[in-house]
Each structure stands twice: as structure tokens, then as C-alpha cells.
Design a protein around this ligand. Sequence first.
Ligand SMILES: *Cc1c(COP(=O)(O)O)cnc(C)c1O
Length: 481
Amino acid sequence: MSKIRISNGEQFPVEMHKVRIVQKLNLIPIEKRLKAIIDAGCNTFLLRNRDVFLDMLTDSGVNAMSDRQLSSMLLADDSYAGSETFYKLEDSIKYIFEKTFFLPAHQGRACEHIISKVFVKKGSIVPMNYHFTTTKAHITTLLGKVLEIPIPEAYDINSSHLFKGNMDAKKLREAFIEHKDNIPFVRMEAGTNLIGGQPFSLSNIKEIYSICRENNVPLVLDASLLSDNLYFIKKREKEYQNFSILDITREISKNTDIVYFSARKLSSARGGGICTNNESFYKTMRELVPLYEGFLTYGGMSVREMEAMAVGLIDTMDETVISQGPEFIEYMTAELLKNGVPCVTPAGGLGCHLDANRFVSHIKELEFRAASLAVAIYIVSGIRGMERGTLSEQRDENGNEVISDMELVRLAMPRRVFTMSQIKYAIDRITWLYENKELIGGIKWDEEPKTLRFFYGRLKPVNDWPNRLLEKFKKDFKDSL
Ligand SMILES: *Cc1c(COP(=O)(O)O)cnc(C)c1O
């Protein structure tokens, strides 16, 4: 993506790709949207795609694929064992991460499952810059604990800190003193998913790695959202401005012991994998791959997707490819801020993040501000976002709700999927909603699952606020969808 300056001096991101395959979208009338979200238990995960206009739920498995990726899929070598496709993928991994040993797994959480099974036991403490839902679930299922030690700015919704995903080195040193023998590994997450797609800096991961070395504990990198993080290092970290994206990738990888990723994000395909230069880690983790995933040369993945991963990882090294997401997000965030809408700043990767605590501060915390806002956004726009707040947390040991550090609605920007006019539509509808925010009310549990409840839990509005919102919309937008 290139920032183009137009004749009046204005600058905006222009797509450095063209669309060659399209999918028709539906924008159903607001009455039907209201019914659809109520039928979906006020949970955007439970909406049917045919009822969704712009699907900003996630970037997972829905990034646009390149012509190079699609054509490679036709060459996939379908064999149970020894597929050539596996070796191509292994070569891509070796090329970008410079790691010798590669284990395929069907998606990011499958990698987390394997890593957790090998390293985590009862009483283990895993320090990390921030948790991700599936990571935490795997660690706590094995009776381990997550210790989040980001820098304090991570929790500051409006900060000018350029690397809010950094880990606090001092706190890591303290953790090693306090929990010495109970730390099986330290985890760094690129592009911290739950706190607004915020990156870590290369100098930070270097420092964290050296502390891990001193303590002889491995550093594990969750590289699922690496592409945005790479872009931010290149743009924001002066020391590395002259490094290529490939150089930055290798430099990060050099400062880790194990790298794993969800290929539903990194590489714009579907799958996952773990790589390392440590033969003993490799051999221990390898035991679990045939048991849970599949034979070592496919790991539960379709070989077509593996071909797409092999190419997608190389595509990721192209700055014009990985800049599209962050630049569109920056544009959308800047426009919303101009209109007074509270967003997480600085704009990060992954998506535009709305601060529900300020957007709908009149809603009670236990009536799920972010989840209620996501319902309202869908009703007024057909846009599907995702709650990232209290509802995405797990209850504590005593069954009490845990109020999340942040209460966000994420409007994900799957890479190279949306056009500028669609983004302008989103900005307009969200701005209108902000101007009418008093009409938004809370939601409450109807059916609450025990684990990862946000995926399929069902809720309902606390009163008939959705109807009042609909009426105001009809009054203001007349016959517009
Ligand atoms: C999505 C994600 C995962 C899990 O990956 P899946 O492929 O969805 O299982 C793990 N970590 C991070 C940071 C992610 O964004």
C-alpha cells in the first residue's frame, strides 16, 4: 500500500492490488437485522453470514489470498506421507524464520495445545506481554497460570506509546525471582490481539530474550499477528528503518526459541505450525503431532492450504502487502476520532478498536458494554464486529465475573478484503450511533457455556432498547438500508 498525495494535499492509502474475484454482499433491511441478532442470542458469532453486510468479526481465515497463492493450490501434492507440499512449506519457514525444525498443526490453538502439553503443569506460571483467549484456556486447563506483564501503557487506551505490546522487562526479572522454578517458558505475542493489535518493538523482544537466556528459560513467540507487528517495527522503530521486512523477521526469530503461528492470520491461508532450532524441544513436541493433528507432513491440514501458506509466508515479506491492513485501520481510526468516537490509540493492527467503556459508559459493566455495542452496530449497519472485553473473559475460581482490563469492540480489517467506500460507510454509521448512544442498552445471560463462552453463549437485551434504536434509525435515514 502506498500513501498517495492528491492535488489538494490530502493523503490517503490507495490499494496496491486489484480485485479479480468478488463475492456478492447482502445488506438486509434494519428490521431483519434486528430479528437476526436477537435470534443469534445477541452474539455476533452466532449470526449467519448471509445476514451480514461487512464481516469485521475477525481476520481469521478470511484475509484475501493472492493470485500466487491460489495458483499454487492447484499444484498441491496430495499424499499422506512425504508430500512435496510439506517440503515447500518447510522451506518457506526456514527462509523467513531461519529455524530448522518445523511441525505442522491445524491451527494456532493446536500449536498452543502441543506447546502447553509439553511445558505446562499444575502450578506453572507463564509470563506474557498479554494473553490470548485460546492460549489462556490451554494453560489454565492444565492448571497453570498466566502472568501478564505488559508495560503500563498497554492498559492506557489513549496513549501515544508506539509499542504498547512491549513486555515490562523489570517485571519479568521480578517474576523470575519470585517464581523461579515454576516458569516453563515466557511468551511474547506479536500484535497483541486483545489489547488493540498493539506491537512490540524489536529492541524489547531482544531484551526479553536476553533475560530468558540468563534464566535458561525458553522464549516462545506467538507470531499469529506478526505481519502487522513487522510493519510497525519498520515504520516506528528508527533503528530498523533500513532493515527489510525479511531482515526484521529474522532478527525477531533469532531472539526466540520457539515460534508458532495461526496461518489463518499469518500467511492468509488456514492452518498453523511450530518451528524451533532446538532439537530436543522439537522431538518432544513431535510426539504429540500424530496423536492430535495428523502425520508429520500434513498435521491436520489440507495440502492445498499448505501450498497457500508456503506462498503466503513469502508474500508477507512484501511491505506493500502487509501495509494495507494497518493503513486502512489508521485511516478509519483517525476519521472516527475526528468525529469524537472513542477508539484505542495509537491505531494498531488487526482492526479498529472502539472503547466501549467511553462509548456506552451509561451501561452497567455487568451488562456487557462492548457486547451490547457490537449488537447495536450490527443493527444500524449490518457490520459484524467482535466483543473483546468482559464477555470474552472466563469467570474466576469462585464463579464470579471478571471485569476485563479493556472493554473493546473490534472491527477487524481482514487483509485486502474491504474497499475505501465500505470503510467510509462504516465510519458514517458508527459516528451516527455514537451521536445516538443513549439509545443503546445492556444485555444479559440467557445461556452461558463454561469454556470460551463468548463463542456460543446466548444473551438477550435487558429491555426493548433495540426497538427504540430502530425507530430513531428509520426517522433519520428514511428509506435507506
Ligand atoms: C487467532 C490467534 C490464535 C489462535 O489461532 P487459531 O488459528 O484461531 O486457532 C492464537 N494467538 C493469537 C495471537 C491469535 O490471534
